[in-house]
Design a binder for this molecule. Structure first.
Ligand SMILES: [Zn+2]
Length: 291
């Protein structure tokens, strides 16, 4: 192999060879395309995570939590990332070029509350969170209710802007999550494009969420007048009494549906890109054979 020529590192200005990086999923190694030495590269490798919209959301969410109640490892954080993506799809954001608004006003609600009345803390994990109408979350936030997801822990150390990054680096495989979810820094100072996504209605979100939380659901409230109010009533039952009764109500009032209607797609963006690429290549080969 040819000897590598040193370049001027754009960060530290030293003449060094370009950093050797390993792809977190495939394990393939290559030299960086940018002029960065190994030392400087390791300092910026998790930049796309902390500056992505998920990273910014996580920073705010962690400040209400403590070291005991945040995800314990990469696997638990991955669960939050999936749920956060499902939450954004359910909301359905649209922009007129000047302002962004939600089609549906959902929140990621804690099932065991962040501040339990015995001083305990409800964990920030996907099994303790549910996508629910924001209105309901506001109404119920300060009322004690007996239902629990058994995801409360004792109070640990607080998390602030000062220790957020170091705690994340210590606990999670950040480069892996960047690759799996194709995380990118939020573009600043760019013009807001016009876009629209429809979001997911309350009745469908209710069924999807109960199913995700492990309830044997194959029903959905039919899309008739009053469907949203009925779904909100069942959400209310879920928070106050529990998932089992909520499921019974849903089965009684709902209609049976295909599981694909109420199941989330757990393909990561990385897997989806690979799949699409493979499809494109098959199509190309087929076309070539034809000609
Ligand atoms: Zn450098």
């Amino acid at each position: 192999m040819a000897k590598l020529k040193p370049v001027t590192c754009r960060e530290c200005g030293h003449r060094r060879v370009k950093a050797l990086v390993t792809h977190p999923i495939t394990g393939k190694q290559r030299r960086t395309t940018v002029k960065l030495c190994q030392e400087c590269h390791s300092k910026i490798i998790d930049y796309p995570f902390f500056n992505s919209s998920f990273g910014q959301w996580l920073r705010r969410a962690f400040q209400r939590q403590c070291t005991n109640s945040i995800p314990r490892d990469t696997h638990e954080l991955r669960g939050i990332l999936y749920l956060w993506k499902f939450y954004r799809i359910a909301c359905g954001f649209h922009s007129d070029g000047e302002e962004v608004s939600k089609t549906y006003d959902y929140q990621l609600c804690h099932i065991d509350p962040v501040k339990g009345d015995d001083g305990s803390v409800g964990r920030l994990v996907s099994s303790n969170l549910i996508i629910a109408p924001a209105k309901l979350n506001r109404e119920l936030s300060n009322i004690p209710y007996p239902y629990t997801s058994r995801e409360s822990v004792s109070l640990g150390d607080s998390i602030s802007d000062d220790n957020f990054v170091s705690i994340c680096r210590e606990r999670y495989d950040i480069p892996l999550l960047i690759s799996e979810f194709c995380l990118m820094p939020v573009k600043r100072g760019k013009e807001l494009p016009v876009f629209k996504s429809n979001g997911v209605d309350v009745a469908t979100t209710l069924s999807k969420e109960l199913k995700r939380l492990g309830y044997p659901i194959s029903h959905i409230i039919p899309m008739v007048v009053g469907a949203e109010e009925r779904a909100i009533d069942i959400y209310d039952t879920f928070f106050k009494v529990g998932g089992t009764l909520a499921c019974n109500l849903l089965i009684k009032d709902g209609m049976k549906c295909a599981s694909s209607w109420i199941e989330y797609d757990f393909l990561t963006p990385y897997e989806r890109n690979k799949l699409n690429k493979a499809k494109r290549e098959t199509r190309k080969n087929e076309e070539e054979e034809w000609w």
